[in-house]
Design a protein around this ligand. Structure first.
Ligand SMILES: Cc1ncc(COP(=O)(O)O)c(C=O)c1O
Length: 381
């Protein structure tokens, strides 16, 4: 990939346009960003108060030992997986985890496979690092999940050294069960491909439990973050679980690239890990939003609007209304005051018929957005 392959992150472009309209006095329903609005749990704020007034210096590049120990315990408790805290590195959100992974676990210029549709930053980060990409196309008919045959076919066409997959996924919300994930990891092992499991939407699963790649293997990379389930997007805090062979190199790169993650955010994250009761309640609120939004979108006439199992997104087919969702999203924002993300963000080939709505906001926001969209569509837009 060349630098010319870097494209805008359209969700953020729509947000910027929405904020401009808001500055002009317009009221906007925000369904474009995957950003939970809930405040941190009281215990998190308490932990932050405990940081104020004392020196908050760098931590070690791998992060606070107490946080890494606690995360290792989390894998034991929730996934029955024994993880050496020495393999855990605290990062500035999963975003810096991707950079560290691509640079430390692969040779320069290596090719990484990603799904299409998928999270847009993957392509832009790989292009920024001058690495190559293989895309594995997914379809609504297969529940937006890659099969072993899909991976083998993509590899046959263009071999790759890594495969990065999120489950639950953005933008589709698709979730792999344990057997499906284990089959994909076994396939990667057969092909000599390093698997990178993006587990950032863990905790946001409406159909069953989360499955971590660490339940199956210690040889692959796991990336996670406090942004979504723990509602801490702006705190920029996440973590990596690296295979033994690359931990030390990742640590050395982290020392020079980032020095350390924010020490205040690390203390806050440590407190957040023990507040699942608070965050599970938020997940239950999203669960209601999920059904409300799916029903509303189906009623309006969007296709493929069945609710997905995880994350907090509806990725729907807007073909009944348009074959250019970029234009449609801009008009929906300008004329109806509803911000949603065009599918081109997630799929540069077929995305123009899809769009993504986030239900991480409030129920009222979704109800209002559906009413506005109904008027917009009725007006013949
Ligand atoms: C699949 C996926 N991975 C990673 C990220 C990055 O999140 P953060 O850097 O806040 O951890 C996002 C954000 O939306 C995402 O959807």
């Amino acid at each position: 990939m060349t630098l010319a392959a870097i494209e805008p992150f359209y969700a953020l472009e729509i947000l910027a346009r929405a904020q401009m309209l808001e500055a002009e006095g317009r009221d906007i329903c925000h369904l474009e960003l995957g950003e939970p609005g809930g405040a941190p749990a009281p215990a998190v704020l308490e932990a932050v108060r405990g940081c104020l007034g004392r020196p908050m210096g760098y931590t070690s590049a791998k992060g606070l030992p107490a946080l890494r120990e606690r995360l290792a315990g989390y894998y034991g408790e929730r996934h029955g997986a024994e993880v050496d805290p020495g393999r855990i590195l605290i990062t500035m959100g999963s975003s810096s985890g991707f950079i560290l992974t691509f640079l430390s676990a692969f040779a320069p210029g290596a090719r990484i496979a990603v799904t299409r549709p998928g999270y847009p930053a993957y392509l832009n980060i790989l292009a920024s690092l001058n690495m190559s990409v293989a895309e594995i196309p997914l379809s609504a008919a297969n529940g937006w999940k890659p099969s072993v045959a899909d991976i083998e076919a993509a590899y046959e066409k263009m071999p790759f050294e890594g495969f990065l997959l999120a489950s639950p996924a953005n933008p589709t919300g698709a979730v792999l069960d344990k057997e499906e994930l284990a089959a994909i990891i076994a396939c990667c092992d057969r092909l000599g491909v390093r698997f990178i499991s993006d587990e950032i939407y863990h905790g946001l699963n409406y159909a069953g439990g989360d499955v971590s790649a660490l339940e199956t293997s210690a040889d692959h990379v796991v990336i996670n973050s406090f942004s979504k389930y723990y509602c801490m997007t702006g705190w920029r805090i996440g973590w990596l679980v690296m295979p033994e062979d690359v931990v030390r190199r990742t640590e050395m790169m982290a020392q020079s690239l980032f020095i350390s993650a924010s020490s205040v955010s690390q203390h806050a994250a440590l407190a957040a890990l023990d507040q699942r009761v608070v965050y599970d309640q938020r997940r239950d609120d999203y669960a209601q939003n999920r059904l409300l939004l799916a029903d509303g979108l189906k009623r309006l006439g969007f296709a493929s609007a069945e609710p997905a199992d995880g994350a907090f997104y509806a990725y729907v087919d807007a073909a009944p209304f348009t074959n250019d969702t970029m234009d449609f999203c801009v008009r929906l924002l300008n004329e109806a005051g509803v911000a949603a993300t065009p599918g081109a963000d997630f799929d540069r080939v077929n995305g123009s018929r899809y769009m993504r709505f986030s239900y991480a906001g409030t129920r009222e926001n979704i109800e209002e957005a559906l009413e506005r969209m109904e008027r917009f569509l009725r007006s013949g837009a």
